[in-house]
Design a protein around this ligand. Structure first.
Ligand code: NI
Length: 190
């Protein structure tokens, strides 16, 4: 089921997620709906905050990207077709600080807005899947970037927080317009 996506500057996007304590059927249903929502919006990642839930939960699917990246999951190299879409709960990300790269990111909560963000190129993330099974994933490139972007979301951090002032200055009018539209939509609902 496709869910409505929360847009900037809804306060929900700033809420730090609570850990997923129970990996039950309800959690798996929520994760399935998030995957449907991400696919419908043609995104490569989606965090629980973006569908209105402050949880340490996100989904990722990089099968449709042309970017090159590498990964080791639990000491093996399973094909993307098997591991994606990926449900990530309670992630703990450790980044290798160098090298960091700049890349133009988008975000489903900021429709049409893109900007360069500097991030470390390589990470190790410990997380639990939708069954609660723990995993260790080592990855780089867009895979690492996407997980860092989503891990930020579930801690209430947005990609604009990581942009240089010069990048922010360029998109500032779009951010203001989006803020206004989100506020107007919220007023209509209440
Ligand atoms: Ni995002």
């Amino acid at each position: 089921m496709v869910l409505p996506i929360v847009h900037y500057n809804d306060p929900l996007l700033r809420k730090k997620g609570v850990p997923v304590a129970t990996h039950d059927a309800a959690l798996r249903r929520l994760a399935d709906n998030m995957v449907d929502t991400m696919h419908e919006a043609a995104g490569i990642g989606l965090a629980a905050q973006q569908i209105g839930q402050a949880l340490l939960l996100c989904v990722v699917d990089l099968r449709d990207t042309e970017a090159e990246f590498d990964w080791v999951l639990d000491g093996a190299h399973p094909p993307l077709e098997i591991i994606m879409p990926m449900v990530i709960t309670n992630p703990v990300v450790a980044a290798v600080p160098e090298p960091a790269t700049k890349y133009e990111e988008g975000c489903l909560s900021f429709p049409g807005i893109r900007g360069e963000v500097m991030r470390p190129d390589e990470i190790t993330v410990k997380y639990q899947d939708e069954q609660g099974t723990p995993h260790v994933l080592h990855c780089n490139g867009l895979f690492a970037r996407c997980i860092q972007h989503e891990a930020d979301h579930i801690n209430g951090v947005l990609f604009i927080d990581r942009m240089d002032k010069s990048v922010l200055a360029v998109i500032d009018p779009e951010l203001k317009a989006l803020k206004k539209a989100t506020r107007a939509a919220a007023r209509k609902e209440t």
